[in-house]
Design a protein around this ligand. Structure first.
Ligand code: ADP
Ligand code: MG
Length: 393
């Protein structure tokens, strides 16, 4: 059953009625620009075909009832209770089951974004084909689809950027996950065959045609299914190193440094801090270069930038793992245009830019290489830049 039908069916099981409508929003993949967001730098993600669907109908009272194919049982609260439930205190558990905090947090945050609106209760059922926790941002997809549904049902007329901010607020303040806004922007601003360039300092965005679809290219996602336990500590250490590096350089954030600062940087700090800083400085430049090269020479010319990004994360930022390196090496050895790990690192997924007719061969080669290395089987599938939120029914 499609995720769209699953959301509809679940809604009918919950309420005994058909939904008033079904809305969806996509997950995303980051083409390039890793660990640059919290350094106020640049990223270039795109929305993917995998989507989360929200089937919903207004109620006659002020209660919000939500369920998901994911959930053990529905969660129900009154709209008037949302202000008491959220924001969640730093370090505290959400006052509702965690999955439902994504949904109820969006209801809470959208209400703050449109305080004059008089809001009616709503029944909501959710189903998704975005893999959870694979670095494809199932969280932005659920936030975006719920925000789109409520925006329509409550006639709020918020624009996609405002809805992205609603999603981020829900994730930060209702779920309590301290994330940037890249995922929500990528999901809400998705366009077929285009990526979204985001300046994480100004939040200015630009739609960048990728040419992948027109040129017969697909992006192979190789989800290693590996998740390393030291990822939280590792992430903290990387953020601290970036802050230390910026302080030693005397700049507000690493965004303010350029490749011409590298010689000076090397003299100012220890080798590890220097390499962390070098990754961020060069990665920002690679994002800008990728945007430029896509425009001037097309998608087959960005391979070296993707490969250099991976090398920088492996050698300078030190966030790769053997599974990700093997995925990238195998894809390149079998003719990928380019490949790199994507996401925060210490596991998760790699992406490879691949000719459409080579996808099956490449997927087989990667699966075989993992087996030969004694690694667990990866989950391999393709994505391409796709549209943002929409009403499906
Ligand atoms: P990801 O990389 O997939 O975004 P996150 O940890 O940020 O990983 O978000 C995953 C969480 O989002 C899940 O653990 C769950 O709480 C919530 N979530 C995502 N999709 C759904 C869904 N279809 N139904 C209910 N909750 C969901
Ligand atoms: Mg997420």
């Amino acid at each position: 059953m499609s995720a769209l039908d699953a959301a509809r069916t679940l809604f009918t099981e919950l309420t005994g009625r058909d939904p008033e409508g079904v809305w969806s929003a996509p997950g995303r993949v980051n083409l390039i620009g890793e660990h640059t967001d919290y350094n106020e730098g640049f990223v270039l993600p795109f929305a993917i075909p995998h989507r989360t669907f929200t089937a919903a109908r207004l109620r006659d009272d002020d209660r919000i009832r939500v369920t998901s194919t994911f959930a053990a049982e529905p969660v129900e609260v009154a709209i008037s209770e949302l202000d008491r439930l959220f924001p969640t205190a730093v370090g505290a558990e959400p006052a509702v089951p965690e999955w439902s905090a994504y949904v109820l947090g969006v209801a809470w945050a959208i209400q703050l974004a449109a305080p004059e609106a008089a809001l009616r209760g709503v029944d909501i059922a959710i189903a998704s084909d975005v893999p959870v926790g694979a670095g494809l941002s199932s969280s932005a997809a659920i936030e975006g689809s719920v925000a789109s549904a409520l925006n329509d049902l409550w006639k709020l007329d918020l624009d996609p950027v405002a809805l992205a901010q609603v999603g981020r607020r829900a994730e930060n303040e209702a779920v309590g996950a301290p994330t940037g806004i890249m995922d929500q922007m990528a999901s809400m601003l998705g366009r077929p065959d285009a990526a979204t360039f985001i300046d994480c300092r100004s939040l200015a965005t630009e739609s960048v045609p990728t040419g992948f679809t027109g040129e017969g290219l697909e992006v192979l996602v190789i989800d290693t299914q590996v998740s390393h336990s030291h990822s939280t500590g590792g992430y903290r250490e990387r953020r601290d190193a970036c802050e230390r590096g910026a302080a030693l350089l005397g700049i507000p954030s690493l965004r303010d440094a350029a490749e011409s600062d590298l010689p000076r940087t090397a003299e100012l700090m220890d080798d590890v801090t220097f390499r962390r800083v070098r990754h961020v400085i060069t990665e920002n430049q690679r994002v800008l270069d990728t945007v430029r090269v896509l425009g001037s020479d097309g998608p087959r010319a960005i391979g070296d930038l993707l490969v250099a990004s991976h090398a920088s994360m492996r050698d300078d930022f030190e966030i790769s793992v053997p599974e990700l390196d093997l995925a990238v090496e195998t894809a390149l050895a079998h003719g990928a245009v380019g490949a790199r790990m994507t996401g925060g690192g210490f596991g998760g997924a790699a992406i490879a830019l691949v000719e459409r007719d080579a996808v099956d061969r490449m997927a087989d080669a990667v699966t075989r290489a993992f087996a030969d290395a004694g690694f667990g089987a990866p989950h391999v599938f393709t994505v391409h830049p796709s549209d943002g939120p929409r009403r499906d029914a």
